[in-house]
Design a protein around this ligand. Structure first.
Ligand code: 4AZ
Length: 243
């Protein structure tokens, strides 16, 4: 996260760290992406985070410090990764950049709801331009390729028309994507935040509105972050989760 601050424990209880065990004889897992707990056994993340569907993956929840085993931490294995059937990676953009992770249950439970681990609701309606929302993650900062502490930042929903200007992303943007950030640059998601949440509050309820997907670099003027627009994918998500 560029332009962020350290998160207060429990401020983003749906935030997960998606971790993979690299190939070979390694026993450690490393953070590759963010994700959002949307059901006790389901995490929504970005398709481009699933580079090897066969590599062992796990999610870490209820944590602020990536390397400190906090009493609030829950660690759960990923049973299955479902990548969107129409996910496309082109030289210019990422389309339908979403994946669902089914978590492994232990004694009929995947995660336990606590003050520090909780599901986020999916947004069902569009919000007005300039709505202030929040991004969070352990991704790159201007100083480092990742952040040991979970960071968060406030961003604005940017009108599609402004983000589709030639000086911004032009035709690389489609209506299943949404821009958020600041046209002047500075505050943004970055590598390692991918898959993580863009959450907006309405009437005191937090809704997952976007999933960190792509952008030209991080924090640059006229190049806000691009997010998968969750309202465009509710049918897809529900069809997979109910199956
Ligand atoms: C990435 O490389 C990435 N500034 C994620 C988000 C953004 C740029 C790059 C948005 O995963």
């Amino acid at each position: 996260i560029y332009g962020g601050k350290k998160s207060v424990p429990g401020a983003h209880p749906w935030q997960v760290s998606l971790q993979v065990r690299p190939p070979g004889f390694q026993t450690t897992f490393s953070h590759i992406c963010g994700g959002t707990l949307i059901q006790p056994c389901w995490v929504l993340t970005a398709a481009h985070c699933i580079t090897n569907p066969n590599a062992p993956m796990r999610v870490v929840l209820g944590r602020v410090d990536l390397f400190k085993d906090e009493l609030t931490t829950q660690i759960v294995d990923v049973e299955q990764a479902i990548v969107h059937e129409n996910y496309r990676e082109t030289a210019l953009s990422l389309h339908n950049d979403l994946a669902l992770l089914k978590l492994k249950d232990v004694n009929g439970k995947c995660t336990s709801e606590t003050k520090f681990v909780r599901t986020a609701c999916l947004a069902e309606e569009q919000l007005p331009d300039a709505t202030e929302c929040t991004i969070s993650g352990w991704g790159a900062t201007p100083k480092s390729s990742y952040s040991r502490q979970l960071l968060d930042a406030k961003v604005l929903l940017i009108p599609q028309q402004r983000c589709s200007a030639d000086s911004s992303y032009g035709s690389r943007l489609d209506d299943s994507m949404i821009c958020a950030g600041h046209m002047r640059g500075g505050t943004d998601a970055c590598q390692g935040d991918s898959g993580g949440p863009l959450v907006c509050e309405k009437n005191g309820i937090h809704f997952l509105y976007g999933v960190v997907s792509w952008g030209d670099s991080c924090g640059k003027m006229n190049k806000p972050g691009i997010y998968a627009r969750v309202t465009k994918f509710t049918d897809w998500i529900n069809s997979k989760i109910q199956a």
